[in-house]
Design a protein around this ligand. Structure first.
Ligand code: SPV
Ligand code: MG
Length: 290
């Protein structure tokens, strides 16, 4: 039954179903658990958030093995599927498929690869974006699909044509090539503050494969619009990182200025920290085994 299905199968069902689904960003074990407790059915292991959480830039400064360590903690504390932001795959087809193998071994349900050049730059920045060769990226996708052991492991091809300024025709050509290469879904990205680029794409794309979106900049678009345009998966991509960052800045500033801990209303109790760490589980086991 669905209750006992693997995480890969759960993510596959989310992406391949007709319903609009949502996954939420996490960047470590604790935030992953918080996403699950909030009720989300899946987690976006955001490259931006994981790198920012480590204090480095989102241009592959953290190595893929360092990210694997982060992902392992996220998988350990959750049961819902995790979709990893795999950037460009950290090299050519061979590097990308080895990442797929390691993700499968660590219980990650899928990966998203974007059609850019290593080292990538974040899509929301102002710098120039260089796209991968279509054939080379399609073969990278094909190699990964050939290499995965679990047939339900999901590979999403992320098209950066709009981000790089190449427009609709280029986006359609690329996504069609990635579809032919056997990818499970396409992510079409836009940094505009409205839905126009995505809308222009989905109208012509016509559900050839499920479509994934990241509405960070066009967040004012009503969610009903996504449903109306048959979007399969929407990713809330960085909001736990941004929420915690602001809270930490305010808390550090207040404690530094006041030199006391009075009036910190917006912090969790130590008890809540223990609960999230599952101290209780260990206390029970201590009684049994110590
Ligand atoms: C991420 O969350 O790392 C993403 C989405 O890739 S974006 O930051 O919009 O590029
Ligand atoms: Mg990213």
């Amino acid at each position: 039954s669905l209750l006992f299905s693997k995480r890969t199968t759960k993510l596959k069902n989310m992406i391949q179903s007709k319903e609009l689904e949502f996954i939420m960003e996490a960047h470590n074990g604790l935030s992953a658990l918080i996403v699950q407790e909030a009720g989300f059915k899946g987690i976006w292991a955001s490259g931006l958030s994981m790198s920012a959480g480590l204090g480095v830039r989102d241009c592959n400064e953290a190595s893929w093995t360092q990210l694997l360590e982060v992902l392992e903690f996220m998988a350990e504390r959750t049961t819902i599927p995790i979709l990893m932001d795999g950037d460009t795959g950290f090299g050519n087809y061979n590097n990308a498929r080895r990442l797929v193998r390691k993700l499968e071994e660590r219980g990650i349900a899928g990966v998203c690869f974007e059609d850019k050049i290593f080292p990538k730059r974040n899509s929301l920045g102002d710098g120039a974006q260089e796209l991968a060769n279509i054939q080379e990226f399609s073969n990278k996708i094909k190699a990964c699909k050939d290499f995965q052991r679990d047939k339900d492991f999901q590979i999403v091809a992320r098209c950066e044509s709009f981000i790089a300024g190449w427009g609709l025709e280029n986006a359609l050509e690329r996504c069609e090539a990635y579809r032919k290469a056997g990818v499970d879904a396409v992510l079409i990205h836009s940094k505009k503050s409205d839905f126009t680029e995505i809308e222009s794409f989905v109208k012509v794309w016509n559900n050839r494969l499920p479509v994934v979106i990241v509405p960070t900049n066009y967040y004012k678009t009503p969610t009903e619009e996504f449903r109306k345009h048959n979007i399969s998966l929407a990713i809330w991509a960085n909001h736990n990182l941004r929420a915690s960052l602001k809270a930490m800045q305010q808390t550090s500033k207040q404690i530094f200025e006041r030199q006391n801990l009075i009036g910190l209303d917006n912090i969790a109790t130590v008890k809540e920290v223990f609960r999230l760490q599952n101290e209780e589980g260990l206390e029970k086991d201590d009684k049994k085994y110590l």
